[in-house]
Design a binder for this molecule. Structure first.
Ligand SMILES: [Zn+2]
Length: 88
């Protein structure tokens, strides 16, 4: 089993749930997603790194399918919820 090493960074993103930088083996994921959105985005961006030439619709469909079955199997994130802080 060869696991591709991918660097994952979590930070607030304004316009997207995630970004992928396949040539750098790096992804970024927004910090203000629900568990289900996070799971979908994590899978989605990993697929972009693994298949950099795949069409967006292919990646999106595959990520949704994988997310559906992983979610249905009961997997959830144990990460603490990180919501954007409101200015006071
Ligand atoms: Zn995408």
């Amino acid at each position: 089993m060869a696991i591709r090493r991918i660097k994952i960074k979590h930070r607030p993103l304004r316009d997207w749930w995630g970004y992928a930088y396949p040539e750098e083996n790096r992804i970024e994921i927004s910090t203000n997603l629900s568990d289900s959105q996070y799971l979908d985005t994590l899978i989605h961006e990993i697929l972009h790194v693994l298949y950099p030439n795949a069409a967006e619709t292919t990646i999106a469909d595959q990520a949704s399918t994988i997310r559906h079955y992983v979610w249905r199997a009961g997997y959830r994130s144990g990460r603490p919820l990180r919501k954007p802080r409101k200015k006071q």
